[in-house]
Design a protein around this ligand. Structure first.
Ligand code: ARG
Length: 706
């Protein structure tokens, strides 16, 4: 089936090829090129014509009229309004010829054989989604045509139809352009078509529409292609006929687009199958203000899925929230699960209509979760148990949720794999789980959410002036926390000492601003080296010069502490008289030192059993109001994993990558400061002193707390 290009032209832009080509198609040349193609085809096939229609310039591309299997046709239903006018003409034509015409619901675009191609050997239908055709159309194709549909996702806008980048050839060959598809789709192709039957096209040929070839038996009609590609096609036994179609390339089409095969036989052993799965999710909150809806859509599309908004209720006032119900589809159960768990992290509720409880599966082997476990995030999470939403205890990331009974009441608790016991019932799947995400209302002045009280700035801060401002805020917050008997935990690396920050951190401890110190063998060793010998890793901290023999200093420090039997003993014996850890011992501030493979010594206090160290870190973090992460990627990440959302996080590092990694918790309660940690601590101590000398108005403190 072809349609003479009498009214063909580029009149609008609905694909990248048409851009810059509006009004540029040369009519006489187009007609000439079309006629040549038509007569070439007539040598090997019958060509039937559809009468062209004025005002429908793309009607020459009959591939989009529908997909045909036997005497059935599923009519094309265009995404773009510009082409919808073609539908009644094609419908009439098919009906007049006795086809059984099936039609997609209006909200499901499906662009016919442009996006659905029968494999010539396998009997399945390759169907595309992602750009024009909606994924939800695929199960209908399977059902209506009674065949297996393989869903492929298009990701390159230049290859907006499947027939621009994939062409099943007689004998089970497949001509295709791999870069047009996502990884899962490439995998699906590779699983079905053996390597020796795949002819992968390179970009230059793909961009000349080499895959848009009309194949009839051994004959292949195509726009000009490279000699290399021609040779491999001939090697596969095809008779390649190149015919120029440049005028049609201007609208984004070539040989295959200009034709639709009418005698498409139904595959012999077919059976309706499609692996497309869909589920409903519900989103609530400041969907537009906070960008949540945007992010949810990105999660779905990036995950290879597709969505339809079934309902949307817009909160009209700045404070009022919106609600939306979205149908999410994905090409397989697996990819849908992946998308679902990411949507849950954003606060979505899966299958909101069915009031199902969370699915629980027992632990069969101690320390091992059931495969389908739900992995936790830092956000408060609730699971539905006996029809009630239950808040999980001990929230942290990368754990699983165990539902059990304590004091005869159901309790949900985050547990690490290693704490799982046989019979523990673990939450699996995605139904009956919700993460509670407080999304902020936009503050009209700052564009930051206004309801976070302490308006930390989300992004990493680095310019000097902004560092000062942020330190000022951190000082206020620390003051408030101390005033209210709260808990500030410091995670510190050795750089704190190297940069001269030890004395400042020590004074923070002395003044009651620190309730626990977390670190490793390094920070303690160098702090003690400085206290005992005045150097940090052999560098004199006063003169800034390398001290002769200084490379041994940290070992001498370790040895001294080992002789004393530990840091506390060294303080009690009067050996250790200053520094961070001296102050910890003096003020009874607990510290935990987690060991690592590179540790010298180690100090007797360093825990070389890392499971034990993790447990002790977690104990100190519990109930923290603020965590200061000072120049240690290792210990800061460890701490970040254990810290639930809602705790103020301050991450200071000279390396922006570390700061971004740690302060990017999708919330406004964390702040990253890219600066030298020594000067940060210096500034912080100065600010706190200044605050102390000023009488603090209770009202101000209260306002900060609110
Ligand atoms: N301008 C038309 C469009 O963008 C070209 C269609 C080409 N047809 C095809 N099966 N690839 O819809």
């Amino acid at each position: 089936m072809m349609c003479p290009p009498e009214f063909y032209d580029v009149r609008y832009v609905i694909n990248p090829w048409m851009e810059g080509n509006v009004g540029k198609a040369v009519h006489t040349t187009a007609v000439e090129q079309w006629k040549v193609l038509c007569s070439l085809l007539r040598d090997v096939a019958d060509v039937e014509l559809v009468p062209p229609q004025p005002g429908l310039p793309d009607m020459a591309f009959t591939a989009n009229a529908g997909v045909i299997v036997g005497d059935r046709v599923v009519l094309g239903h265009f995404l773009h309004r510009e082409r919808r006018g073609e539908e009644p003409h094609f419908r009439r034509w098919f009906k007049e010829r006795g086809f059984d015409v099936l039609e997609m619901p209006t909200d499901l675009p499906f662009e016919g054989a442009g996006d659905a191609l029968l494999d010539r050997a396998g009997g399945w239908l390759w169907a595309a989604y992602g750009l024009r055709t909606e994924l939800d159309a695929h199960p209908l194709l399977a059902q209506w045509l009674d065949l297996e549909v393989v869903s492929l996702r298009l990701i390159d806008p230049r290859c907006y139809h499947l027939d621009t980048c994939l062409c099943p050839l007689e004998g089970g060959w497949l001509l295709y352009y791999p870069a047009a598809f996502d990884a899962d789709s490439n995998h699906a192709i590779e699983q079905r078509v053996p390597a020796e039957r795949r002819i992968a096209v390179k970009e230059p040929d793909a961009m000349r529409f080499a895959c848009n070839a009309a194949n009839l038996g051994r004959h292949l009609f195509v726009n000009e292609i490279s000699a290399e590609l021609r040779a491999s096609l001939e090697g596969a036994g095809f008779r390649v006929v190149e015919t120029p179609l440049g005028e049609f390339l201007k609208a984004g089409g070539a040989a295959k687009c200009l034709t639709l095969r009418l005698d498409e036989p139904a595959p012999r052993f077919a059976r309706a199958t499609s692996t497309v799965q869909s589920r409903r999710v519900r989103l609530e909150g400041h969907l537009l203000d906070s960008g949540l809806l945007d992010r949810a859509m990105d999660v779905i599309v990036d995950g290879g899925g597709s969505f339809r908004i079934l309902e949307f209720q817009l909160g009209k006032q700045r404070q009022s929230t919106s609600e939306s119900e979205v149908q999410v589809s994905a090409p397989s159960e697996d990819s849908l699960d992946r998308i679902m768990s990411r949507l849950i992290d954003l606060g979505a509720v899966v299958s909101p209509r069915d009031e199902s409880n969370a699915e629980l599966q027992p632990v069969a082997q101690p320390g091992v979760a059931p495969d389908d476990f739900y992995a936790t995030t830092i956000y408060p999470t609730e699971v539905r148990v006996d029809g009630q939403w239950l808040r999980a205890q001990d929230q942290r990331m990368d754990a699983v949720i165990v539902v059990g009974r304590e004091d005869n009441r159901p309790v949900a608790r985050c547990k690490l794999f290693r704490h799982l016991q046989e019979g523990d019932r673990v939450v699996v799947g995605s139904v009956g789980i919700r993460a509670v995400r407080k999304t902020g209302v936009r503050d009209p002045r700052t564009s930051f959410p206004a309801d976070t009280g302490f308006a930390f700035m989300g992004a990493a801060v680095s310019s000097e002036r902004r560092v000062e401002l942020v330190v000022e805020r951190i000082a206020w917050e620390m003051r408030r926390i101390r005033e209210q008997g709260g808990r500030i935990v410091v995670a510190a690396g050795p750089v704190v000492v190297h940069t001269g920050g030890a004395k400042h951190l020590a004074s923070l401890i002395r003044e009651g601003y620190v309730q626990a110190v977390l670190g490793g063998n390094g920070v303690a060793t160098h702090d003690i080296e400085q206290a005992l010998l005045g150097t940090s890793l052999g560098v004199d901290m006063q003169a800034g010069a390398i001290v002769r023999g200084g490379h041994r200093h940290h070992l001498r420090a370790i040895n001294t502490i080992r002789r004393c039997g530990g840091i506390r003993h060294a303080v009690e014996q009067g050996v250790l008289k200053s520094g961070i850890f001296y102050e910890c011992v003096q003020r009874d501030v607990p510290f935990v030192l987690a060991g690592s493979i590179r540790d010298d010594g180690p100090l007797p206090d360093t825990l070389m059993n890392l499971v034990e160290a993790q447990e002790q870190y977690a104990r100190q973090i519990r109930g923290a109001d603020m965590v200061l992460m000072l120049a240690s990627m290792l210990h800061s990440i460890g701490v970040g994993n254990m810290t639930p959302a809602g705790v103020r996080l301050v991450c200071v590092d000279i390396n922006p990558a570390v700061v971004t990694k740690l302060s990017d918790r999708g919330s406004m309660e964390s702040v990253g400061v890219v600066t030298d940690v020594g000067s940060f601590l210096n500034l912080l101590v100065q600010r706190l002193r200044k605050l102390e000398s000023e009488p603090v108005s209770v009202r101000v403190l209260e306002r900060m707390a609110a």
